[in-house]
Design a protein around this ligand. Structure first.
Ligand code: UDX
Length: 453
């Protein structure tokens, strides 16, 4: 077993996936959440949310050594009984789109309370996404004020940004492409590096550990998510260029661009735009942060605008194909923000439903292989929910493909022709072979038009 034990303060995707991966590698972990129901579920080695492979990993830990992972509702106790504490609380978006640091703040207070009673050196690692300065000026300061202890002497302070994507959380945690350690001082950074040298072992041969100051590490995370979202909006801008010229296909264009050795083809997928808990939140947070310091983030403003407009654009394309959608029955294939998850946060489907309603459409039916319940929380009775693709297509007059689930990729023109009243289809994720579908159906795809359109 590793010499140091770890408390994980916050049991969302980052927290629980890390807790499970660490425990699986013989590191003693105490997870802490204020949510008693959640703690009960985790204590039973189950996952309170869906994440590929997580439940299986938790069961594996239970079968191997259940002592390695516990979950409690007392963060002070969790800190007191461990050597390293990782803050993995959410940093959601406020109404004004800036970052909400309340959970980070209250966790820092709890750590401060614990350290007041502790004499041994303790390492604090912020792993939540936080705007530059937060680890030092908020977390470090609160802990110092409450505990009377000194950073660098009595406790260590690091910031380690997390790059995991939902649906791939375990894989991304186990096999990262780099580890970024932001450190208050060398001793703190060394302690965290030692931890990861134990945890990752041989994987570190292909995974550099970058050491830098706290603020640079905080900014790396924003740099990452902002560049990924910029790539998507850039691809969408080119999708809109492609639609200005018959028979130009954005998929081919982006393939040609992405093979440049200085770029790469990932995240150049055009369509109905990005969603999820991170891209909107983080792009908005760093934009609001820079504005509060007198700098206007013009590029990021455009990234968000282009993304929002794609949801309006897919509805424009549908109206161009079908005419007014007002009294028509419309099908949305896919509601979750991406395949492999039931997460509806900032999902493109929300913006599409808003736009359809804006144009007077009231007869909308959605189908998602995983997100029926979470979508119901989001939309209530604004839309209907199908239990199968067939049910979603039945009597429909226009289908919009919103999420690129594998189940949808298998559909053929015949499926649409058989089940729909009028088989109009718009491909918002470019998953269907254009020529084949175009020959068989009234069909449009984002990022391509042909002479006949
Ligand atoms: C993202 C980052 O990938 C991850 O590193 C970070 O830690 C959290 O945010 P996630 O939000 O889980 O992860 O999903 P991701 O797979 O990145 O997809 C985000 C959105 O972009 C999805 O809506 C997806 O459909 C969309 N997307 C992705 C595109 O529209 N085009 C693409 O080419 C790729």
């Amino acid at each position: 077993m590793y010499k140091h034990s770890v408390s994980i303060l916050g049991t969302g995707f980052i927290g629980l996936c890390s807790a499970a991966c660490f425990a699986k590698q013989d590191i003693k972990v105490i997870a802490s959440t204020h949510n008693e129901k959640k703690a009960e579920i985790i204590k039973n080695f189950q996952s309170p949310f869906f994440e590929e492979g997580l439940e299986e990993m938790l069961q594996e830990i239970r079968n191997k050594n259940p002592e390695l992972l516990t979950c409690i509702t007392d963060p002070v106790k969790a800190v007191l009984e461990t050597d390293i504490s990782m803050i993995t609380q959410g940093t959601p978006m406020r109404e004004d789109k800036s970052i909400k640091l309340d959970y980070i703040e209250s966790t820092a207070e709890e750590i401060g309370e614990a350290l007041k009673k502790k004499d041994d050196f303790h390492l604090i690692v912020v792993r939540s996404t936080v705007v530059p300065g937060t680890t030092r000026n908020l977390v470090g300061k609160i802990i110092t004020d409450i505990s009377g202890k000194e950073p660098g002497k009595d406790f260590g302070l690091c910031m380690q940004p997390e790059f995991l994507a939902e649906g791939k959380s375990l894989e991304d945690t186990l096999y990262p492409d780099r580890i970024v350690i932001g450190e208050y001082d060398i001793k703190s950074g060394n302690m965290l590096q030692d931890f990861y040298e134990y945890f990752y072992g041989d994987h570190l041969e292909n995974c550099p550990i970058l050491r830098m100051n706290l603020e640079s590490a905080e900014l790396v995370k924003y740099g990452n998510n902002c560049l990924l979202s910029t790539k998507i909006s850039y691809a969408n801008e080119f999708a809109n260029f492609a639609e200005l010229v018959p028979n130009v296909d954005v998929v081919e264009v982006m393939k040609g661009v992405g093979l440049d050795y200085r770029l790469n083809p990932r995240f150049l997928g055009a369509g109905v735009g990005f969603g999820g808990s991170c891209f909107h939140k983080d792009v908005n947070a760093i934009k609001a942060w820079s504005k509060s310091r007198g700098y206007n983030a013009r590029l990021l403003e455009a990234v968000l605008d282009i993304n929002d407009d794609q949801a309006i654009h897919i509805v424009d394309i549908a109206e161009d194909l079908v005419g007014s959608l007002k009294d028509k029955r419309i099908t949305l294939l896919g509601l979750a923000f991406k395949p492999g998850t039931d997460d509806m946060r900032s999902a493109p489907s929300i913006r599409v439903v808003n736009e359809l309603e804006e144009r007077g459409v009231t007869n909308i039916i959605g189908y998602d292989p995983k997100a029926k319940e979470t979508a119901r929380v989001e939309f209530g009775d604004r839309i209907q929910y199908a239990d199968s693709i067939q049910e979603a297509l039945k009597n429909s007059e226009c289908a919009l493909l919103i999420t690129d689930w594998d189940d949808f990729k298998k559909l053929t023109p015949k499926d649409f022709k058989t089940h729909m009243k009028t088989p109009n289809l718009i491909d918002g994720r470019r998953i269907y072979p254009y020529e084949e579908f175009k020959a068989e159906l009234p069909f449009r795809a984002m990022g391509r038009i042909d002479f006949k359109d």
